[in-house]
Write a protein that binds this ligand. Structure first.
Ligand SMILES: *[C@@H]1O[C@H](CO)[C@@H](O)[C@H](O)[C@H]1NC(C)=O
Ligand SMILES: *[C@@H]1O[C@H](CO)[C@@H](O)[C@H](O)[C@H]1NC(C)=O
Ligand SMILES: [Zn+2]
Length: 400
């Protein structure tokens, strides 16, 4: 972990400072009231980041965002999540065409807790300042700039800003119902201004051990769920290094993040459970699930009484949404390329077009994204506007 952090810091330090030297964007289109450019990038990002939008509480930010886009001349569709919460995805386009060839997307929910916005010494911080409102703001300004400078036509491109990314992607999964048909999608997440060539897959597992309570003086009358769980977890740990690996993503990793079991030292535990996160480096989730199930079932054999099956003492609940590694396009010249170990919304948006291209890029670092010191520099934010334009234009030219 620290090795890759050092590597990221080193490559960050040598990145050219392109952002601040660009022509002041406001001058290009001072008379286009429907577009927000130049200094407006900082103001738009500030206004959006100041609104708390922790997942399940995105309503206020969504309303502000929809209003801002409408006032810039966008046609805005609010796509409500089906749960009475009033949360919605924001889909917007500027031209006459709704199904555009290029779609630009990021999320506007954040993780908890909320930290207030600040802007000091060319550094901008607060919850969501990086993840993902920096990407969102830079994407919007990039699109506005491309249209204002006539490098793209309004009918070429649309925007999709979703809720719920941080807790399983309910926003992006719903976005499939918009029936969009983009040839290219540009996703925004903090990538240190690099293009991401793919990310590991994800799965989650809860192991529930089932025991039989008894007095601790007569443990043979019971079955300790804690002992069953320990045996099961030992098997998972031992299996870890043998799970599928690949050159591109490295090893599949397993994190036993939470354990609980029993009620007191003098009672044989009746129940115990552990929660595990799995980052999949090769193959698919089914394969990893099969291997773990086999290893755990073997490991608990000694607890089985006559006629019992492994399922009678241990229950394995895998996520219904496990998936293998996600390959992403990274063929835009002039960018550093890396892979990442975090999940995104990308697997949830179904491909509706053959040969569809998907890119992942964003300003700021994932290392600070969910921390109490989430922040990025002005320069990174401005640089991202320029980089998004490069990525979008590359996709546009390739699609001609
Ligand atoms: C940001 O909010 C302020 C205060 O409401 C408003 O005056 C300004 O126009 C907004 N700017 C942008 C770019 O949203
Ligand atoms: C301002 O930021 C720069 C680099 O980002 C840092 O070197 C400098 O110490 C900061 N100054 C203050 C007063 O915080
Ligand atoms: Zn994010």
């Amino acid at each position: 972990m620290w090795q890759s952090a050092l590597f990221l810091l080193a490559s960050w330090a040598i990145q050219p400072a392109i952002g601040l030297q660009q022509e002041p964007l406001a001058e290009i289109s001072a008379n286009k009231k429907h577009l927000l450019l130049g200094d407006d990038l900082i103001a738009f990002h500030k206004n959006l980041t100041q609104i708390e939008s922790i997942t399940y509480h995105e309503q206020e930010a969504g309303k502000w965002l929809a209003k801002s886009l409408s006032s810039q001349g966008y046609t805005v569709e609010k796509q409500y999540i089906d749960d009475d919460s009033g949360r919605f995805n924001v889909f917007a386009y500027l031209g006459k065409k709704r199904e555009t060839d290029i779609l630009v997307s990021s999320h506007y929910d954040t993780v908890p807790p909320f930290y207030p916005y600040y802007h000091k010494n060319k550094t901008i911080g607060g919850r969501g300042s990086v993840d993902d409102k920096a990407s969102l703001a830079a994407q919007l300004i990039a699109v506005n700039t491309l249209i204002t400078t006539k490098k793209l036509h309004a009918n070429d491109i649309s925007l999709l800003f979703v809720v719920g990314e941080e807790t399983g992607g309910d926003g992006m999964r719903l976005a499939n119902d918009l029936h969009l048909t983009p040839k290219t999608i540009v996703f925004g997440e903090p990538t240190e201004a690099k293009l991401v060539a793919g990310h590991k897959g994800n799965d989650a597992l809860t192991i529930k051990a089932k025991g039989k309570a008894a007095h601790s003086g007569y443990p043979w009358l019971g079955r300790s769920a804690n002992e069953v769980l320990v045996a099961a977890l030992a098997a998972v740990i031992e299996l870890g290094p043998h799970l599928p690996r690949s050159e591109k993503y490295g090893a599949t990793t397993v994190n036993i993040g939470k354990i609980e079991g029993g009620v007191a030292g003098n009672v044989v535990a009746e129940s115990a459970a552990a929660t595990i996160a799995i980052r999949i480096a090769a193959g698919d989730a089914d394969e990893v699930e099969r291997e773990i199930t086999k290893a755990v079932h073997m490991a608990v054999r000694s607890f089985l009484e006559e006629g019992m099956r492994p399922e009678d003492v241990v229950e394995l609940q895998f996520s219904a949404r496990g998936y293998g590694p996600i390959d992403i396009d990274a063929d835009v010249p002039g960018f550093d390329v890396m892979t990442v170990n975090y999940g995104t919304d990308i697997p949830w948006l179904k491909k509706t077009v053959g040969g569809q291209k998907r890119y992942l890029y964003g300003p700021g670092s994932i290392m600070v994204a969910h921390s109490d010191h989430e922040a990025l520099t002005e320069e990174e934010l401005f640089g991202a506007v320029e980089d998004y334009q490069k990525i979008i234009l590359h996709a546009f030219k390739a699609g001609q």
